[in-house]
Design a protein around this ligand. Structure first.
Ligand SMILES: *[C@@H]1O[C@H](CO)[C@@H](O)[C@H](O)[C@H]1NC(C)=O
Ligand SMILES: *[C@@H]1O[C@H](CO)[C@@H](O)[C@H](O)[C@H]1NC(C)=O
Ligand SMILES: *[C@@H]1O[C@H](CO)[C@@H](O)[C@H](O)[C@H]1NC(C)=O
Ligand SMILES: *[C@@H]1O[C@H](CO)[C@@H](O)[C@H](O)[C@H]1NC(C)=O
Ligand SMILES: *[C@@H]1O[C@H](CO)[C@@H](O)[C@H](O)[C@H]1NC(C)=O
Ligand SMILES: *[C@@H]1O[C@H](CO)[C@@H](O)[C@H](O)[C@H]1NC(C)=O
Ligand SMILES: *[C@@H]1O[C@H](CO)[C@@H](O)[C@H](O)[C@H]1NC(C)=O
Length: 867
């Protein structure tokens, strides 16, 4: 019999039956009314508990394939109310098949009570469960899970909740298969409830990041989203109301979700959870009102007096899966009055997820407007029990140094094989567990008093388990640290010195990148894709560069080149950690740079603009890296592809040159290979001399670097197609403006008022000198470093002087006479630069330059006001 609730029937019956035992329950709370709702009990009993009307499966036609299955009562009474008096059990496979009427997502809930059922011994329940094409449970040892479950209140009851999307006309088949011939499969209850289309699944039409529901942001991957598409199955791992009491299924918005409390996962102290009474009505304008019950948004946890000044939760999960993490917020604190009053950081797995979380801003500046934020995070590893960490602490710019949260939901996403299955837990250690195992084994006819005693010892057990996990976690950290320099180094047949360059097997690389998951792609280049991966059991993030096939080199040459490149170590070069050369794959593994490419911080992204001083420091760093490439190794190394996407930034904004030497191993990011197989480089950065004469010197890098300097100054691409002809080429346009004395016109508007005029002029000089036609006349990188350091010094000493001239738009009316040759870099000699740049018509030195000596400038620097 189909137990489809019609709204009125559901509401009325719930009201009458539940008002007796759930004083807070009322019809008005049922906001969402499921279209399909099946609740079957694996037996004949019929009862009504917590909003669920259990129908015995023998009364239904859902049990479709069940040759030898039987419905048998439990030997012991469960201490918890529910569908636990009977179970459906079988030594062979059995299937339930549900005819749903709507297309869309469904909750699928499974209820198990681990006990003995007549001839079915408790410890022999061992089986797999599939729903459609998804594996929900694999070799699931029910008694083991029940014994190690750290929730004393629910001892011996196991509950699993999944989300599955069904197409129109599709039946939902749920198959239970015993894992061995000695074992059996069973289930006590199954519930299927339809849910709103886009409660957790992403609306495919919703690609604008600011719309609701916002697509989940992939943590650790800037600006990447991770839509939850209909072909995903989810498993609810945690649904926690932060602060206050739990919410029972009947108090949910109509989908019968249980909201647990968060204390057991909170590892920092917190202020007492605040409970905002119904003074302010909630206003569901950003999210639908069925997202969570009102009460979820009326209790919060704050940092309060917690000495760590942060709130941290550790949520147990299994590694090797993607997780969807939903955070619920609602601002009801009367002291927070306007956006900016309370701003905090959110870190997920120690990775920055939000630097400026501001609930009031997200809520359209209104109190009592609930919002949710979704994140996707990959937990690398091989099906091990680990903790998903969530940490929040105030941003210093915040007026109120606090952070707050209303609720957390965590869902596991199926792996590439469609599985959600986790391994069985390790059995608990024997000695401290004696009482417990006695309880389980002897208790086939356990009297009620024993159950109470069990619950009490369960509390003891809980504290033991908590201590155990805390210890275990410490150990895990230690293990990671040890493994960091130990594991998987010697894995290959490498002849390379392992301390310099590590060999990775293709299996390691696949594990590190979740089998080259497209969501891990952080960059795409001519040479191939770059993935963010994790090595050493997930402890170390790395950039994995998967080179496109195309090298004509053999293994030996490849290894020689790798060896040479891995010896290049410099603070301004991205370190090559290792390589993989296997199964036709050439893969390079580099240090991961948190802040991505320089270009992303100049234009074309949402990143806040870099300050002028930051930009100067980055330019200096990159120039030093190139200088080292040109002179630091035995042979000169010409980069050949200097551009703003090959300059990366680490967490401290230190610039690092990447992709050096790739051309040596026969791979190039050239967008120009179609022009000539000889010429390598990227459009817009290519040295015209090299292009014309195909003569490669380190001065080609200097030219490309000059283009980068202009990008940094102007915040635009080297080539723009859709602009006036004159402005298409940044180089030509900048030369033109510089000669006319209007360089300030083309400066990035974000830098307005930041650049001292003489610094601008000097910066322009050095950039344009890098760009002179004749390579011989371009400065060496060493000279460039010197000049830029000098510009930075001037800027730092003269920062106050910045405004007037830039505003007037006329760069050179103040004709003070610093000399670009008088850089403070000790190794720069005036003569070097004069010779190399040649003060002819194509060079860009101010006339006065040659007359000045460096001492004069030094004295100006020391006493900037003395002029
Ligand atoms: C439960 O469902 C059955 C079958 O649909 C129905 O006959 C019965 O009245 C329902 N009971 C309650 C309490 O809703
Ligand atoms: C399942 O776990 C129980 C302990 O609870 C153990 O006795 C039994 O051997 C396990 N079954 C299998 C097949 O591993
Ligand atoms: C998405 O947009 C298309 C075209 O506007 C529309 O036909 C379709 O129904 C929309 N789908 C959803 C799921 O909203
Ligand atoms: C947050 O608190 C924990 C202690 O519970 C501490 O180890 C951690 O360093 C703190 N984090 C910050 C950013 O203060
Ligand atoms: C909240 O809503 C109730 C019922 O709609 C209304 O009577 C009450 O005045 C509202 N309270 C506030 C503070 O707006
Ligand atoms: C929930 O939202 C829907 C649609 O906006 C509205 O029709 C309904 O009245 C709301 N229900 C409650 C209980 O506020
Ligand atoms: C989940 O399973 C489906 C179907 O098996 C598959 O298409 C999808 O890629 C899987 N999801 C992930 C994240 O691997």
């Amino acid at each position: 019999m189909v137990t489809t609730y019609t709204p009125i029937v559901l509401g009325t019956i719930l009201f009458f039956l539940l008002s007796l035992c759930h004083p807070y329950f009322s019809i008005a709370d049922v906001i969402y009314r499921p279209v399909d709702h099946f609740t079957v009990n694996g037996g004949s009993a019929l009862n009504f508990i917590d909003g669920r009307n259990w129908t015995g499966d023998s009364n239904t036609k859902f049990l479709s394939e069940s040759k030898d299955s039987v419905a048998v009562p439990a030997d012991t009474q469960s201490t918890i109310q529910g569908p636990y008096t009977y179970a459906r059990l079988s030594y062979s496979q059995f299937t339930y098949s549900f005819p749903v009427t709507t297309q869309g997502p469904f909750f699928l809930r499974l209820f198990f009570y681990s006990t003995s059922y007549q001839i079915f011994d408790r410890s022999k329940a061992y089986f797999s469960v599939k729903a459609g094409s998804y594996t929900l449970l694999q070799n699931f040892n029910v008694s083991l899970h029940a014994d190690t479950d750290d929730d004393p209140g629910h001892s011996d009851i196991l509950f699993r909740e999944y989300c599955i999307y069904l197409q129109h006309g599709q039946r939902l088949d749920i198959t239970f298969t015993p894992s061995t011939t000695e074992s059996y499969a069973f289930v006590n209850g199954i519930e299927i409830v339809s849910m709103p289309s886009y409660l957790y699944y992403s609306n495919p039409n919703n690609t604008i990041p600011d719309d609701f529901p916002r697509l989940p942001q992939l943590v650790g991957h800037m600006n990447q989203v991770y839509p939850i598409t209909n072909n995903f199955a989810l498993e609810t791992k945690h649904r926690l109301k932060v602060g206050g009491a739990q919410i029972s299924p009947s108090q949910d918005t109509g989908m019968l979700r249980a909201w647990d409390t968060d204390e057991k996962y909170l590892i920092t102290d917190s202020g007492p959870s605040a409970d905002y009474e119904k003074k302010t009505n909630l206003s569901f304008v950003k999210i639908p009102n069925y997202t969570a019950p009102d009460q979820v948004y009326r209790t919060v946890r704050n940092i309060g007096m917690n000495p760590f000044k942060n709130l941290t939760w550790h949520l147990p999960v299994y590694s090797g899966f993607f997780y969807l993490l939903r955070l619920h917020f609602c601002q009801l604190n009367p002291f927070v009055q306007q956006p900016g009053d309370q701003i905090f950081y959110i870190f997920i797995q120690d990775q920055l997820a939000e630097a400026g979380a501001d609930i009031l801003k997200w809520s359209n500046n209104k109190m009592g407007v609930p919002v949710v934020k979704d994140y996707a995070v990959y937990i690398p590893g091989d099906r091990e029990k680990v903790y998903l960490s969530l940490e929040m602490h105030p941003n210093n710019i915040s007026f109120i140094k606090d952070a707050q949260l209303n609720a957390i939901e965590v869902f596991k996403i199926n792996d590439t094989t469609g599985s959600l299955a986790e391994p069985n837990p390790d059995p608990l250690p024997q000695s401290p567990n004696k009482q417990i195992s006695n309880k389980k084994n002897s208790g086939t006819k356990r009297p009620l008093t024993a159950a109470v005693a069990g619950a009490v010892s369960g509390v003891v057990l809980l504290s033991f388990i908590v201590a155990f996990f805390i210890n275990k976690r410490k150990q895990n950290v230690a293990v990671y640290k040890n493994q960091k320099d130990g594991t998987s180094r010697g894995g290959g047949s490498s002849s390379l010195p392992t301390n310099l360059c590590r060999h990775f097997s293709i299996a390691e690389i696949r594990a590190a990148t979740n089998n080259f998951d497209k969501h891990f792609v952080v960059g795409v280049g001519g040479f191939g894709d770059v993935y963010k991966g994790y090595i050493d059991d997930g402890s170390t993030p790395v950039a994995v560069k998967r080179l496109k096939p195309g090298s004509e080199q053999g293994l030996n040459e490849f290894m020689n080149e790798i060896q040479m490149l891995s010896k290049l170590r410099h603070i301004h070069l991205v370190a090559l950690i290792g390589y993989c050369y296997e199964s036709n794959e050439m893969i390079l593994v580099y240090d991961f740079m948190d802040r991505g490419t320089l270009r992303e911080h100049l234009y074309g992204s949402d990143n806040p603009p870099l300050s002028w001083n930051q930009r100067l420091r980055i330019c200096i760093g990159a120039a030093r890296g190139l200088h080292y490439l040109h002179t630091g190794a035995k042979q000169m190394i010409i980069h050949r592809d200097v551009k703003s996407t090959n300059i990366l930034l680490d967490e401290n904004w230190v610039a690092k040159v990447s992709d050096f030497g790739l051309s040596r191993i026969g791979v190039t990011s050239s967008s120009m290979t179609h022009v000539s197989t000889q010429v390598k480089g990227s459009v817009g950065y290519l040295d015209p001399e090299y292009y014309k004469r195909q003569r490669l010197t380190e001065k080609s890098d200097v030219y490309s670097y000059g283009v980068v300097l202009l990008e940094v100054l102007c915040g635009r691409q080297p080539l723009l197609r859709m602009v006036e002809k004159q402005q298409v080429s940044l180089v030509d346009w900048a030369k033109h403006r510089y000669e006319k004395g209007f360089l300030s016109e083309i400066v990035d508007p974000a830098l307005k008022g930041q650049i001292a005029p003489h610094c601008l002029r000097k910066f322009g000089e050095v950039a344009l000198n890098c760009l002179v036609e004749d390579g011989n006349k371009r400065p060496s990188m060493n000279v460039v470093v010197g000049v830029l350091e000098f510009v930075l010094k001037l800027q730092l000493q003269d920062g106050a002087n910045v405004n007037a001239v830039l505003e007037s738009g006329w760069d050179y009316e103040d004709s003070t006479s610093e000399d670009m040759f008088s850089g403070t870099h000790s190794s720069v000699h005036v003569s070097d630069y004069s010779n190399s740049s040649g003060l002819n018509t194509t060079s860009y030195a101010s006339k006065e330059s040659d007359r000045l000596v460096s001492e004069l400038v030094f004295s100006e620097i020391n006493d900037p006001k003395g002029r």
